[in-house]
Design a protein around this ligand. Structure first.
Ligand code: ADP
Length: 409
């Protein structure tokens, strides 16, 4: 049963023996209509408390905190939700706050300790991520007001990809658009790509800085990344997270002339067409059924032909994206699957590898079934020409570790 949240409730739920008082990081992911948080000890990786305030600014606004319960707080806004979340932490000691920020533009190639100048730069990127960056700034300011004495760190989805060479990040557009409007490819999911590639290096017992890896982050949003000697060399997402692979509700790459075509043929305006590409396309649009891969796999097993089509397009487009990224590398030491689909779905991994025959992978069916969300590991045979791995991602842990790293003198 839902409980009423009051500050201090949580104290009795934390085992004092397992809590390292000096390391806890509050990780905040502030979106346009939701605010997710978690308190993590980056050393033990233990999550002490986590939750989400969702449907903000609506009559259905709700604060859910594990392990406390849920509370309806109609019309609560970001600032008040932040105060409620901070209150729910009770007496848990916090060493610093890490904020996930989607877009750092060209300002940030690494995580940063937040001050007024850094917050202003995040705000200046709002045109590049209109749904996300304004919400991040609101969240950062609210957290800074509530916790002025704590250090705040921003960790960017784009930062890892700032090492891409110009031939990978330039669009073949008039150069002035780059100079005047910062039109270029940025890439996203950087914390996840880096984390799973580093984990893979440990699994392979090789230095991260000597490996050439392709990572496929397959969640609701999907992107793949070519990593050479520890640096992102290219990725499938671009100016925004719409470019590249087919995703849950996003189309990924389409012919840019499609937009004018749909405006003229369907009477939609540009905003509606953009919404269609972002919210009504991908797995959902093709199947007409769901953006959830579990639902589609089950439906396809029961003969739903459009679910089958959606899965087919998803896997083929992923394989094509992976082969495109190979242009950024000299060789592929490992292909890594991660994210909700990449970690949990052995059939999607198998079907993607089946489209990569040119790389000569030999799937080990037992390992592919055995490894996943809870156990990282190889899914190809030891003599396979291509080594494929599944490695669970943990973006909150990366943010906590980055924050801890920046707090050190
Ligand atoms: P987000 O991008 O929102 O973080 P996730 O990484 O949680 O998303 O991934 C969500 C996707 O993972 C959904 O498409 C969901 O269907 C898929 N997924 C989760 N579990 C499974 C599973 N067992 N089999 C196939 N797909 C799964």
């Amino acid at each position: 049963m839902d409980k009423h949240l009051t500050p201090g409730h949580v104290i009795c739920l934390i085992n004092p023996v397992t809590v390292n008082l000096s390391h806890n990081i509050l990780v905040i992911n502030c979106g346009s209509s939701s605010l997710k948080f978690a308190v993590i000890d980056p050393e033990s990786t233990q999550v002490l408390i986590q939750g989400i305030a969702e449907r903000l600014n609506s009559p259905d606004a709700l604060l859910k905190v594990q392990p406390l319960g849920s509370q309806a707080i109609p019309y609560i806004n970001h600032a008040k939700a932040m105060a409620a979340i901070l209150a729910s932490l009770g007496d848990i000691p916090i060493a610093g706050i890490g904020h996930r920020v989607v877009h750092g533009g060209e300002f940030f190639s690494a995580s940063v300790l937040l001050n007024e100048d850094a917050v202003a730069k995040i705000d200046a990127c709002r045109a590049l991520a209109p749904l996300h960056n304004p919400a991040h700034v609101t969240g950062i300011r609210a957290a800074m007001e509530n916790f002025p004495e704590l250090p705040h760190v921003a960790v960017f989805d784009t930062a890892f990809h700032q090492t891409m060479p110009p031939h990978a990040y330039f669009y073949a557009l008039p150069y002035d658009l780059y100079k005047t409007h910062q039109v270029r490819r940025y890439g996203f999911h950087g914390t996840s790509h880096r984390f799973v590639a580093e984990q893979a290096a440990t699994l392979l017992d090789k230095p991260f800085t000597e490996l050439q890896i392709i990572t496929a982050h397959l969640g609701n949003g999907c992107s793949a990344c070519a990593i050479k000697n520890g640096q992102s060399m290219d990725t499938t997402m671009g100016l925004t997270p719409l470019e590249g692979l087919a995703m849950g509700t996003r189309s990924g790459d389409v012919d840019p002339n499609l937009i004018q075509f749909l405006v003229e043929q369907t009477g939609r305006d540009i905003r509606q067409v953009t919404d269609l590409l972002n919210r009504d396309s991908g797995l959902l649009g093709l199947s007409g059924l769901s953006n959830d891969m579990r639902t589609l796999l089950e439906a396809a097993d029961n003969g739903h032909s459009r679910a089958e089509l959606a899965i087919d397009v998803f896997c083929y487009r992923l394989a094509k994206g992976i082969l495109g990224l190979a242009a950024a590398l000299d060789r592929i030491d490992a292909l890594i699957f991660t994210g909700g689909i990449g970690e949990n779905s052995a059939p999607i991994r198998a079907r993607t590898l089946a489209h990569l025959k040119v790389l000569k992978p030999t799937l080990d069916h037992d390992l592919n079934s055995a490894h996943g969300r809870h156990t990282a590991g190889r899914i190809t045979t030891t003599d396979s020409a291509l080594t494929a791995l599944v490695v669970p991602t943990n973006e909150e842990l990366v943010i906590a570790r980055e924050t801890q790293r920046l707090l050190q003198p």
